[in-house]
Design a binder for this molecule. Structure first.
Ligand code: DON
Length: 566
């Protein structure tokens, strides 16, 4: 009964989107001296400026991330966290600067006396904030791999904050959309809603408190934010609105260097972030399974490929239920990528019939071998060093509380824990005990910063979009590595998404033809329209030594190269 309605809706939506998105894609950019892609033009410019000034990929990525903390306060941050995977001088490394639960956090802190989620405590206000990881993380990344002096890396962001930057339509729109929640905090409203409304598009925004924070950060490193007056201001602002963040939490925060998750698929080598980021494992499982299922040989358009995508995603997101901080995760990447486990998962996939997510959820089989568990920046420099860095406050403007003296927002990353185990979070993800709130633990993430290379060719990519990030990254990689799309086309192509629960295959409006929807429905898939897919940023080094950069028109974002070919 559902099928004809969906088919009609999809066709209508496809028509609408086709007309709305004409010309939405960015022109491809290509150059010889490196490349940067990020969410905003001003931040991409900063990355390019650092490359031109002789900085390496890490210098440029950190400077870009700091610029995002100024011009893209919806996600760019000092009050959040993230992950980075780097290839520097042929060394692969990944840095986990994910937030952790404060020492005073408890398993049931977001539940009322009857065990029900307690209003929006895990998403709005400072009780939703994890201990920020960015101040330590960005510094640590630069300390280990950067070439230019730290204050030089900070300079562009400081200038943007003190001299001002232009309010974009996107920033204005985000402020309008979030106005009601931002208004709950007078500290936030004083800066971002002067006279009770967002600053006008095109007006110049100066953030003097943030400029002072960046100055202190430039002079003293992360200690300027993790102890002393700024840390005390964070504790004060948090406590004033019922939060539990303490200076001691900030002081004890540590970023962790982890071996990247390395794997191969379709003739390419890849390096991703391991737990507590789930995205790398999901993409590794997806690509390994699809390769062994002969996905690349199937017709590019049509139901067969979409069916298999849905089936492998369904299984990987079911595995995600068992993931969490490496200390509490019930599974790890080794077990989840073990040939036996992948073979078992493959053996349960039928080519002509959709599985039911509910069946997969039960885990009738013993779990795999256990041990005992958004904004994106992509940079390549002229000598082929690569950085893929995703950083986030979680939701737009995080918990919406801006610490007045510090000048930045606190995250609401605590919602990425299974704040109410068994119930969907902001991204509809149903998560398990392994990801319950535990003090000092990192909340499971879907972020998927990843590098892929074959010979001299290499790509660095990642995205924003919560649970939709891993499926978007898997598809962009498939477009690039299997179908040989140019970078921008691979990012632009309409996408699909399935995350186990809810048991629906989501399709961007022009991703599937009505006939394909019919065919998928007849195999048992429920197909739904999806307008909110992830936003991917990517850079690529080509065999001829040139570079490409691509930002997602869904973002929008900004891509640039050094020395464009005339
Ligand atoms: O770590 C995660 O999975 C989420 N906090 C990411 C948030 C995100 O991508 C927001 N973008 N829409």
């Amino acid at each position: 009964m559902r099928r004809p309605i969906f088919t009609v809706l999809l066709s209508l939506a496809a028509l609408l989107l086709a007309s709305a998105s004409e010309g939405a894609s960015f022109p491809a950019v290509r150059g010889g001296g490196g490349a940067v892609a990020s969410a905003e033009e001003a931040s991409t410019e900063v990355g390019l400026e650092i490359l031109r000034a002789g900085g390496n990929a890490v210098d440029a990525a950190v400077a870009t991330a700091l610029a995002l903390a100024v011009v893209h306060p919806q996600a760019g941050n000092l009050g959040g966290g993230g992950f980075a995977v780097v290839r520097m001088n042929d060394q692969l490394m990944s840095l986990d600067f994910r937030e952790v639960a404060p020492a005073a956090a408890t398993r049931d802190m977001y539940l009322d006396d009857e065990g029900r989620p307690w209003k929006d405590a895990s998403s709005i206000g400072p009780l939703a904030a994890g201990v920020p990881g960015s101040p330590v993380g960005l510094y640590e990344l630069h300390q280990r791999f950067g070439a230019l002096p730290w204050p030089r890396i900070l300079r562009p962001a400081r200038q943007l904050a003190s001299e001002g930057f232009v309010v974009t339509t996107r920033l204005y729109d985000s402020l309008v959309e979030e106005q009601e929640r931002l208004e709950r905090f007078p500290e936030t409203a004083a800066v971002w809603l002067p006279d009770g409304r967002p600053p006008a598009v095109g007006s110049r925004m100066r953030l003097s408190a943030l400029a002072r924070t960046l100055e202190a950060y430039a002079e003293q490193g992360p200690r300027a934010l993790t102890e002393g007056p700024i840390a005390e201001a964070i504790e004060r602002a948090s406590a004033a609105h019922g939060g539990v963040l303490r200076v001691s939490d900030l002081q004890s925060y540590e970023a962790v260097w982890r071996p990247p998750l390395e794997f191969e698929a379709f003739g390419w080598k890849m390096a991703a972030m391991d737990l507590p980021a789930a995205g790398g494992i999901i993409v590794a499982q997806n690509l390994s399974l699809l390769e062994s299922l002969g996905w690349g040989e199937l017709p590019r358009f049509g139901a067969d490929r979409a069916h298999l995508l849905a089936e492998v995603w369904r299984r990987s997101y079911a595995d995600r239920f068992l993931m969490g901080d490496p200390r509490s995760s019930e599974v790890d990447s080794k077990g989840l990528l073990a040939p036996e486990w992948l073979a078992y998962r493959r053996s349960t996939i039928q080519r002509d019939k959709a599985s039911l997510s509910a069946d997969i959820a039960r885990f009738p089989e013993s779990p795999p071998a256990e041990s005992p568990d958004t904004t994106h920046v992509a940079v390549a420099d002229a000598v082929g060093n690569l950085v893929t860095l995703t950083t986030t406050l979680n939701y737009t403007f995080g918990c919406r509380l801006m610490v007045p003296e510090a000048g930045f927002f606190l995250n609401n990353e605590m919602d990425d824990f299974a704040a109410a185990p068994g119930r969907p979070n902001l991204y509809g993800l149903v998560q398990g005990e392994a990801n319950a709130v535990r003090p000092g633990h990192r909340m499971l993430s879907s972020m998927t910063p990843i590098l892929a290379w074959r010979g001299e060719e290499a790509v660095a990519l990642g995205g924003r979009g919560g649970s939709r990030i891993p499926t978007a990254i898997a598809q962009v990689l498939l477009h690039l590595l299997v179908d040989g799309d140019p970078l921008q086309a691979a990012v632009d192509r309409p996408r699909l998404h399935h995350q186990w629960l809810p048991d629906v295959l989501r399709a961007e409006a022009d991703a599937l033809s009505p006939e394909t929807v019919e065919e998928l429905s007849s195999r048992g898939h429920e197909v739904g329209i999806w307008t909110k897919d992830a936003k991917v940023n990517a850079v690529r080094m080509l065999e001829d030594g040139n570079f490409e950069a691509a930002a997602d028109p869904r973002g929008p974002g900004s891509a640039g190269v050094v020395d464009p070919i005339q």
